[in-house]
Design a protein around this ligand. Sequence first.
Ligand code: ZN
Length: 206
Amino acid sequence: MTSQLSDHVAELLAGPRPLPIVTAGHPVLRIPAARYDGQLGDALLADLLDAMRETMHAAPGVGLAAPQIGIGLQIAVAQDSAEIMPDIAEARDRRGLGYLVLINPSYAAVGTGRAAFYEGCLSVPGYQAVVDRPAAVSLTRLDASGAVLMQEFSGWSARIVQHETDHLGGTLYLDKALTRSLTDLANYQALWCGPSVEPARRILGF
Ligand code: ZN
């Protein structure tokens, strides 16, 4: 089993870059990923993380979970350069996130604050929907060296780490979305990409 998994990852990494991204409907996105317990070995894990980081940047995206490249392990990467309009960045409390490796992550809400914003996913291309999430979370994870880290995230960074951790449990953001907010990208860009979701809430009725 372990060697089959290593072989699968090695084969994937020998193929073209960026890695192909798996989209909704593929079972790997719905089956809870296995905890990472050294199955790949340090060198292959490092190569996988490099390829995931490259694939995330190329997409472009701010996070990528291993199931999104067809690997059912609890491994994800995230990074947000927050290169967006200042008013949008401020409304979303989007201050950027340095490169992060999430292995076997879990999160818990910090406080009772909530934040509702449009969110998308590389595995559900072409759409966005509003997800109401805890505004701040405490994230526990291993990093690439195997060190256990616990850290609090707030604002847009909290949204990113929740979204990626959810992937590893077989959850897509649509499972948590206010489905009446669903919009294709053309309508999102034309109508709903402002700082607040209130106009969409009023007019789409969610
Ligand atoms: Zn996603």
